[in-house]
Design a protein around this ligand. Structure first.
Ligand SMILES: C[S@@+](CC[C@H](N)C(=O)[O-])C[C@H]1O[C@@H](n2cnc3c(N)ncnc32)[C@H](O)[C@@H]1O
Length: 472
């Protein structure tokens, strides 16, 4: 017997009132929250419910009755598909408003500690072509448009693609021919790589089995004009050499051409080594009068111009004095530590990617800085009582962990060390709020400064300054 299909739930004339976490907007229907992607607060829409939970529904738009005054026309043809720039249809001023609000909401609802009025967010000078790093994935079974379906069986459609993962679909790649977050050169390099590989019949990755020669393409640029291309492959052979040689000839602007061999089932790169094919094995970045050498697989803030503003804000909020010892946790290539070194007695950076720590040492030498010391390893293992006894109690700790925030053991260690000031830099205000909540009985939040590093996305960088509570 055929099961009776439940009728679709349609909600008419839903007013969108807010922009929530993960970039999805919010409306209210009866006592439920309705999450709707790709709309803008102020829109009035009809939606179809696609997921039902007790306290909320997830829904998609089926008709728009009123367009919000905050709407703009999204310029990307992959908008609503790629999932990268969920707010490209919202004007930039409103994006900034909702990012700042995200910080406030997380601090209020997750953190539940007291904090002062959050500063106006520092906006990004560039709102397009601001990314200095793009990572694309090769797939032999790209996402196909409906218009292509009937020609696939006849062999008339090339199913190879090079682009981004569809949101929450690990094995589907959206073939990208233009991305507004990257500059023209980056777009040209990606498209040329795809065309060359297809013309030469080089195999693209099968994402289910992780077989096929070509896996990822990483393009990095820097504020000094450096361009690095890293090809991730399952083996280095003549076909790969041919592709690299083609890139070298076609794009003399490339200053580093590298490849990485990856035969693992996952594409994480922290445990892999980048090999040089031609040019430098680093990128050079500039922050004020400092130069930074960035290793191929090492972290650097993805918006170089905003990185300068972020570091300026961190420096102001740290209020470093010549008598201070500063620890910079999760230091990457030592950028924050080295920006502070000339104002401090001593700076200590800790980071687990060894090549980044090597670069941090080199960066200290490059900038003639002698009071900076760097250590490689997992934060939990390095930041021990012995380490602090050996390197001196810090007056200030700057911490800039990845999205997951700090390990609870690291937070406990901060509570043991008890520096006068903690400057917590985060790209995820939810985990930042969680961690600060653990520190809040010993620290007061003195200032909160959001910075926009990622226009058109819901992501926000946030700096919180914590001051040790007085004993009485
Ligand atoms: C958000 S980045 C910050 C980098 C640096 N502060 C900057 O502005 O360029 C986080 C850094 O933490 C490092 N990291 C992640 N987990 C770590 C851990 N458990 N121990 C030490 N470092 C870690 C990453 O490699 C990355 O360089």
């Amino acid at each position: 017997m055929q099961r009776k299909q439940k009728p679709n739930i349609i909600i008419n004339n839903l007013l969108i009132t807010d922009a929530g976490s993960e970039g999805v907007c919010i409306g209210k229907y009866e006592d439920r929250i309705i999450f709707v992607p790709y709309v803008v607060p102020g829109d009035v829409v009809d939606v179809k419910v696609i997921k039902k939970k007790k306290s909320y529904y997830r829904a998609v738009v089926i008709a728009v009755h009123t367009y919000s005054l905050d709407r703009v026309i999204s310029r990307c043809k992959y908008f609503e598909m790629c999932g990268g720039c969920k707010w490209q249809n919202m004007n930039y001023e409103r994006q900034l408003h909702y990012k700042r609000k995200q910080v406030i909401d997380n601090f209020q609802h997750i953190g539940k500690f007291e904090f002062p009025e959050v500063n106006p967010i520092i906006s990004s000078e560039l709102i397009f072509a601001y990314r200095n790093k793009m990572e694309y994935t090769f797939s032999n079974k790209r996402w196909l448009y409906e218009s292509e379906m009937q020609d696939v069986d006849a062999g008339l459609v090339d199913t190879n693609g090079l682009g981004f993962h569809f949101p929450s679909m690990f094995n589907k790649i959206l073939d990208i021919h233009h991305c507004d977050l990257h500059d023209e050169l980056g777009n040209d390099i990606r498209n040329s790589v795809r065309k060359y590989a297809i013309d030469k019949k080089i195999s693209f990755c099968n994402l289910r089995t992780q077989s096929g020669l070509l896996r990822n393409l990483i393009i990095r640029t820097s504020s000094t004009g450096d361009v690095m291309v890293i090809l991730v492959v399952t083996e280095f052979n003549q076909e790969v050499e041919g592709l690299l040689s083609f890139l070298k000839q076609k794009f003399p602007q490339i200053t580093s051409l590298m490849y990485v061999k990856n035969i693992k089932m996952n594409s994480s790169m922290t445990d892999l080594v980048a090999e040089g094919y031609s040019g430098n094995d680093f990128l050079m970045e500039e922050v004020g009068d400092l130069k930074f050498k960035i290793a191929p697989l090492a972290f650097y803030q993805t918006n170089s111009k905003q990185a300068v503003k972020l570091y300026e804000a961190v420096l102001r909020l740290a209020d470093v004095k010549k008598t201070h010892t500063v620890y910079d946790l999760y230091t990457g290539a030592g950028t924050i530590a080295l920006c502070m070194a000339k104002y401090a007695k001593k700076v200590i950076g800790i980071e687990y990617i060894e090549s980044a720590v090597e670069a941090a040492h080199e960066n200290a030498t490059l900038n003639h800085i002698e009071n900076a010391h760097f250590f490689a390893g997992d934060m939990v293992d390095i930041l021990t009582d012995e380490f602090v006894a050996l390197n001196g109690l810090p007056d200030i700790i700057v911490t800039d962990p990845p999205r997951a925030g700090m390990h609870p053991k690291v937070v406990s260690q901060l509570l043991k060390i008890m520096p006068q000031r903690i400057v917590y830099v985060s790209c995820n205000p939810a985990t930042q709020a969680r961690d600060i909540a653990l520190l809040a009985h010993k620290y007061v939040v003195k200032e909160v400064q959001p910075v926009d590093m990622f226009p058109h996305t819901h992501h926000v960088e946030n700096i919180a300054v914590l001051i040790k509570r007085s004993q009485d």
